[in-house]
Design a protein around this ligand. Structure first.
Ligand code: PRP
Ligand code: URA
Length: 211
């Protein structure tokens, strides 16, 4: 299903795994495995329209024409911390992708993003960047990440977030209307602490068992 530049997945496997992910009884081992699996399934859908080119391949029986991935090469860009588990899933599917890490946390009082680390592939300007973060809440972290990528010349940017809030989608598109957002759910709203409702709680803490 498509709404403007937001693509909301409706694949039964994605919906099923997302429901288990949301459940407060799901422990961090299963939570991490589910995030990896969801990221893999989402990346499968996101790359559906990626260009291919004809190549010759020789099977044990004959030569034939096959197809290989072509076009812009991909850089997966996880936002630390929670994006790390998604990166594992995406690179399992696209093992040759380069990875750029961007460290951003949200100030708990102001909810403003604080960027503390960025290490990107040297040729990021030529690549398609796929930002991965399980949560798109106020949108501040993703906007800061897109800003950092664009400052380094990156022009093709996609965002993969497992759960998004309407407020965050609006903020990203107001700042960067060219960026496509792929998500498994758009939830109701943010609460007073900037958490997505119903959401899944704190993604980083649930992934890494830090609370
Ligand atoms: C979480 C999440 C996003 C951010 C979303 O990270 O993984 O990066 O919040 O919120 P926003 O859309 O309002 O910016 P968090 O700030 O908790 O950092 P952490 O992963 O290091 O714990
Ligand atoms: N970050 C999270 O981990 N969860 C939310 O609901 C919002 C921001």
């Amino acid at each position: 299903m498509t709404t403007g530049k937001v693509y909301i997945f409706d694949h039964p496997l994605i919906l099923h795994k997302l429901t288990i992910l949301r459940d407060k009884r799901t422990g961090h081992k299963e939570f991490r495995e589910l995030v990896e699996e969801l990221a893999m399934l989402m990346a499968f859908e996101v790359t559906r329209s990626h260009p291919t080119r004809e190549v010759e391949v020789e099977t044990p029986l004959a030569k034939m024409k096959g197809r290989s991935i072509a076009g812009q090469e991909i850089a997966v860009v996880p936002i630390l911390r929670a994006g790390l588990a998604m990166e594992v899933g995406v690179t399992r599917l696209i093992p040759t992708a380069r990875v750029g890490h961007v460290g951003i946390y949200r100030d708990p009082e102001s909810l403003e993003p604080v960027t503390y680390y960025a290490k990107l592939p040297v040729d990021i300007a030529e690549r398609e960047a796929m930002i991965v973060d399980p949560m798109l809440a106020t949108g501040g972290s993703i906007v800061a990440c897109i800003d950092a990528l664009k400052q380094r010349g990156c022009r093709t940017i996609k965002v993969m977030a497992i759960i998004s809030a309407p407020e965050g989608i609006k903020k990203v598109h107001d700042a960067h209307p060219d960026v496509e957002i792929y998500t498994a759910a758009v939830d109701s709203h943010l609460n007073d602490h900037g958490y997505i409702v119903p959401g899944l709680g704190d993604a980083g803490d649930r992934l890494f068992g830090t609370k």
